[in-house]
Design a binder for this molecule. Structure first.
Ligand code: ASP
Length: 433
């Protein structure tokens, strides 16, 4: 007998109210069991994760576009400080990516387990594939848009247009009476609508994790997870090195004592780890910096303005992921390609909003730039819930680092730093959960 609607809706809302990381862990465990029990026949369960990836990559370009436009429109910076801020942001991100690439080249976690190349997409293979009738699910996947604007220019893809119309129509319903008075209102609406759609896709991630884990365990066993363990180790090591770089820079480039900063910013670091959102943490970061004794201007430059552009942990992670997958596929990225990874990771990290899983969305751009198959990004879904939290702490520490360096070598004398007010919640856009 089908469950009564109230039971179904109660279970759905319970599922929805459970934190995402717990849902992903549950999906991971279930995927393991199903993969072990069903073996090779669990192979086709990987399809939902491809669907999620397709949706995430369709959303990436407009999200980056709007996030960067919004950050530039709202940033209030003055001449010299703007130059100093831009220099610090570019320097920190470049150091982060260099550390990431160096660790990935030394530890080589991807070499711990080799993967077969993805299915060929040559003309012959395409003709062969067309001759065979496709399973219904695959036909469905073919109609999911690869980009948000793509189907609008493609007369053949009416289903893709309907997909986009339904998603954005539903997302806009909740804002249909929102007044638009200025261009900023319009950009904010576009950003909020994209975030609404993004959260729906992120809600599907546990299903993708279940499918990809079941399909990998069923067809390839546990060996790929061994390499993923190596990847987690390498990323954590690189993030730790980046944190040490920040603290050293603070020690020698500002009046702030690193230990005092760590003590004063404990709350913000815990919040960044537990929410996976540097944007949601912004007000607390600002408040902690003021408590440590930074001038209001430097605290707000780094923690509020810089934070929109500054995602060093994300940049480091994206570069390492590209190298990891290349290593698993036995592809050697030469120096030129690694340079392309650096440039695209910088752009992708600037465009990544400070919300959970944003790095995963923009990662497709880095992969595409060096012609790496994005088919293997779903593998990273299984560990991203944890690595996202860790890189968010580094993103937030990057903001603190910039604030301290802007504050300079002499402590400012302001009347009361302890009672510093954080910005009003309404001023912080893009906080995810
Ligand atoms: N969650 C990260 C942040 O909020 C962004 C990312 O996914 O890398 O900073």
């Amino acid at each position: 007998m089908p469950p009564s609607p109230s039971l179904l809706s109660r279970s759905l809302s319970r599922w929805h109210n459970t934190p995402l990381y717990l849902r992903i862990l549950a999906a991971l465990a279930l995927g393991l069991v199903v993969g072990i029990v069903f073996g090779k026949s669990a192979g086709s369960l990987g399809l939902p994760s491809q669907l999620i990836l397709r949706l995430l990559s369709a959303l990436a370009p407009p999200l980056i576009l709007i996030a960067v436009i919004q950050a530039l429109m709202k940033a209030e910076i003055k001449g010299r400080t703007a130059g100093k801020l831009a220099f610090l942001l570019i320097l920190n991100t470049t150091v982060a990516i260099t550390i990431g690439l160096a660790v990935a080249n030394v530890v080589r976690p991807g070499a711990w387990h080799k993967l077969p190349p993805p299915p060929a997409t040559s003309e012959a293979a395409t003709v062969q594939a067309l001759a065979k009738p496709k399973p219904v699910l695959e036909q469905f996947l073919d109609n999911v848009p690869k980009s948000v604007l793509g189907p609008l220019g493609d007369q053949a893809n009416v289903i893709g247009v309907i997909f986009i119309a339904v998603a954005f129509g539903l997302a806009l319903r909740r804002n249909k009476d929102r007044p638009l008075r200025t261009i900023t209102d319009l950009v904010d609406l576009a950003f909020d609508t994209l975030l609404t759609v993004l959260h729906w896709i992120i809600d599907l991630v546990p299903i993708g994790v279940f499918g990809i884990v079941a399909s990998i365990v069923g067809t390839k066993g546990f060996a790929p997870f061994y390499a993923l363990g190596g990847f987690i180790f390498a990323v954590l090591l690189a993030l730790l090195l980046q944190a040490s770089y920040y603290l050293l820079r603070i020690r020698f480039g500002s009046w702030v004592r690193p230990m005092d900063l760590l003590r004063g910013a404990r709350d913000a670091m815990t919040m960044a780890f537990s929410t996976s959102s540097s944007t949601a943490t912004m007000p607390l970061t600002f408040q902690c910096l003021r408590r440590v004794g930074l001038r209001e201007e430097s605290a707000s430059m780094g923690a509020l303005v810089g934070s929109n552009f500054n995602n060093d942990g994300t940049a480091l992670y994206e570069a390492m992921s590209a190298l990891f997958v290349a290593q698993m596929l036995g592809m050697n990225l030469d120096l030129g390609q690694q340079f392309t990874v650096v440039i695209t990771s910088i752009i992708a990290s600037v465009g990544a909003a400070g919300i959970p899983e944003a790095g995963l969305v923009t990662m497709t751009l880095v992969f595409t730039a060096v012609k790496l198959p994005i088919d293997y990004i779903p593998l990273l879904l299984t560990v991203d819930w944890f690595l996202d939290r860790s890189r968010t702490v580094i993103n937030m520490m990057g903001d603190m680092n910039v604030s301290c360096l802007l504050d300079g070598k002499t402590r400012g004398v302001e009347e009361s730093t302890i009672s510093a007010e954080p910005p009003r919640p309404g001023e912080i856009r893009g906080a995810a959960e």
